[in-house]
Write a protein that binds this ligand. Structure first.
Ligand code: GCW
Length: 689
């Protein structure tokens, strides 16, 4: 497969592939057994072409460090590597890349490393074939880089087939079964490999009756998908229903401490591994939004997770156990319940009780993938537990792939956040601390909810592809600059160099996308207060839509002020879930960062922000500016006419029209709402309805 990928890439550069099985002296045209990837050589096209006497000069060599008789350039790179780090140091997925003697060399200890190295060559393009390059060694910072698909086999009457999916139907499931289009799945696998994703779940975390059976009598479909994903270094995982022993096994209980239940999980899991030897493990949403869980049997989440973990342990599988557990049937009159507290209250006391192959999967914020939230305090609270951080690539709360919202900067901010203010980052916790800059190693991972469907552009909004790309790249290396990641994506997607006006294309995409997350924030819910979206669909403005519902997502606006008092002194005490310095920073409205003020505090409309503006004037200003910025995005894009493919252009224009309409609606509803509540006019006398 590495050989196939090299062939594909070489062809695109006008070259061809020769494959040389280990031990064979001379290259010969395209070998058929390319499984181990050793001695794969592509030539022609990009730079040197043929040497003297018809002898091919090889431009690109991809080789395993353990292969016999490496081509000379590869041997040179290996010799330098040996000097630096030693053979075997590249690990399961790492690679070295260099150019010696007119040949570009990728070396890896394992085939997956060759694949990642190849895609690095693709990213570099001509640069990889330029002058002699210093040898670069690349390792993923985060070992586990996973996408969760919220895909159902059957379409849900309200949600459609993909829960919170905005890109058409599922790419895995169609017409009540496995998709007949496995070619598309293969293309997807290739796409994921190119951005470094190495684990995927193929069904929704809300596991309904049909999908629950993927674990048992529909397992063959999962095995078929695993076949397609495997060659790309991607392990298949399954979301399972906690109640499966009852629903599928016919047992009287799903109590995790019941012997029959444990035996059922062990047995069922054994059969999964018989069908899928490299199966990754389970993802579980338990006691959350109506899903069954251990609470139903008076057990803890550690009891629940550990029972599944024990079944997976003999095969090297893991349980991703989600920390998204809260009361979704809250009484809005009850001011003592704070949804933001829930994950910490449920899980922090269980630190140290989870089995070694349980990974607690924590949403990055304490509420629910809002445009602006503080980082979840759970991430700092469980030093004895493997933690994965969950992001949302699908734009449920960030414009649903109708709005341009490049999320690279949001994720970068989250990953670079220092929960203890001492240099250790969220990225380091997810990587397992040891791998980055913290003390010892508990490998967790980065997980994101996919935004891909069977849409011809993959992601509904063509520019939303950049979010998928950025997730993969930032998971591989959280230190990357999101603007640089966007440049990679622009080069790979639009090949600006080949267009009539490369500068214009690149500049326009940056202007439209770089600040689009802040733009989205500016015309939606202000200052970290969250929601204000239409209940159910979560699209478009509805300021009080959730205010008197059981969901725990309130803004408490009245005639005098707005925001949620989560302080220890007078509020819900949520700030106390943070370690210092944040416990103190967030506790006081004076030190709390402006963008999170209303998440942590209830303040008068006349409260003056660090920016010098009052809260209400900030609301007016940002909403007028946000809608204006969208109008500018739209006209900037219009200036690209002819530089991008017509179908893509048409799709983006249609989405920008909708974004522009919707941003004005947000502006007018929010401004009007706060003007009516507060009676305070806009300092600049702009039109408020
Ligand atoms: O953001 C919420 C969504 C639900 C989703 C849930 C979750 C899969 O509105 O649709 O359910 O989060 O993360 O489990």
């Amino acid at each position: 497969t590495v050989a196939q990928e090299v062939a594909h890439a070489a062809e695109q550069h006008g070259g061809s592939l020769h494959h040389r099985p280990a031990g064979q002296a001379a290259p010969h045209p395209d070998g058929d057994n390319a499984e181990d990837g050793s001695g794969t050589e592509a030539h022609g096209g990009t730079s040197n072409g043929s040497g003297a006497a018809g002898e091919p000069r090889f431009d690109l060599v991809l080789a395993l460090t353990g292969a016999d008789d490496l081509p000379e350039a590869a041997a040179m790179v290996l010799a330098e590597l040996d000097w630096r780090s030693g053979r075997g140091m590249l690990g399961a997925e790492g690679f070295a890349l260099g150019r010696r003697d007119g040949v570009t060399v990728v070396l890896a200890d394992e085939p997956a490393g060759l694949l990642h190295g190849l895609f690095q060559v693709v990213r570099l393009g001509e640069t990889a074939f330029g002058a002699t390059q210093p040898i670069e060694v690349h390792h993923p910072v985060t070992a586990r880089r996973m996408l969760n698909h919220w895909d159902n086999i059957d379409a849900h009457p309200v949600m459609g087939q993909v829960e919170r999916g905005y890109s058409g139907g599922s790419i895995f499931w169609r017409d009540g079964g496995l998709t007949p289009d496995l070619g598309r799945v293969r293309a997807y696998a290739r796409l994921l490999a190119s951005i470094g994703v190495n684990a995927v779940t193929v069904n929704n975390v809300n596991v309904h009756a049909t999908e629950a059976r993927l674990l048992t009598d529909r397992l063959g479909d999962v095995a078929a998908l695993a076949e397609v994903l495997r060659p790309y270094g991607i392990r298949t995982h399954l979301s399972v229903n906690f109640n499966s022993p009852v629903a599928l096994g016919g047992l009287p209980t799903a109590d995790p401490l019941d012997d029959g239940v444990r035996a059922w999980w062990a047995d069922t899991t054994r059969q999964v591994y018989a069908a899928i030897p490299d199966f990754g493990g389970y993802v579980v949403k338990a006691d959350s939004e109506g899903q069954p869980g251990p609470f139903g049997y008076g057990r803890t989440h550690a009891d629940g997770a550990n029972t599944l973990a024990a079944a997976l342990e003999p095969f090297g599988g893991v349980v991703h156990w989600r920390a998204f557990v809260y009361n979704h049937t809250q009484d809005w009159r009850d001011r003592s319940t704070d949804r933001a507290r829930a994950a910490y209250d449920h899980f922090a006391p269980l630190d140290g009780q989870f089995a070694g192959n349980v990974i607690l999967q924590v949403k990055y914020g304490p509420i629910d993938f809002q445009t602006r939230e503080p980082v979840s305090p759970v991430i700092a609270a469980m030093p004895g537990t493997r933690l994965a951080v969950e992001l949302q690539v699908t734009q449920e709360y960030t414009g649903q792939q109708r709005h341009v919202c490049y999320l690279g900067p949001l994720w970068h901010e989250v990953l670079a956040f220092e929960p203890w203010g001492d240099g250790r980052t969220v990225a380091a916790v997810a990587a397992g601390r040891g791998a980055d800059n913290g003390p010892t190693g508990f490998e967790g991972g980065l997980v994101a909810v996919s935004n891909v469907g069977d849409d011809p552009f993959w992601t509904g909004h063509p520019l939303a592809q950049a979010n998928l790309y950025a997730f993969g790249r930032l998971a591989w290396n959280p230190h990357l600059d999101p603007a640089a990641v966007l440049d990679e994506w622009i080069d790979l997607t639009f090949a600006p160099a080949a267009t009539a006006d490369p500068g214009l294309l690149r500049q326009t995409l940056h202007e439209v996308m770089d600040g689009s997350w802040q733009t989205y924030e500016s015309y939606t819910a202000p200052l970290g207060v969250g929601f204000m979206v239409r209940p159910g669909s979560h699209y478009g403005p509805d300021v009080d839509g959730y205010e008197y519902t059981p969901w725990g997502t309130y803004h408490f606006a009245d005639r005098d002020g707005i925001g949620v008092d989560r302080s220890r002194a007078t509020g819900t005490g949520f700030t106390g879930q943070y370690p210092q310095p944040w416990a103190q920073v967030y506790e006081s409205a004076d030190s709390c960062p402006d963008e999170l003020l209303l998440f942590f505090h209830h303040v008068p409309y006349t409260h003056v922000l660090h920016s010098g503006k009052t809260v209400v004037q900030h609301i007016y200003d940002t909403h007028f500016e946000g809608a204006d910025r969208v109008a500018r995005m739209r006209s900037r894009w219009a200036g690209l006419a002819g530089l991008v493919a017509p179908d893509l252009d048409a799709r983006v224009r249609e989405r920008l029209d909708e974004q522009s309409r919707c941003a004005q609606e947000w502006r007018d509803q929010i401004n009007t709402y706060f003007y009516r509540k507060s009676g305070i006019p806009d300092a600049h006398g702009r039109r408020i309805h």
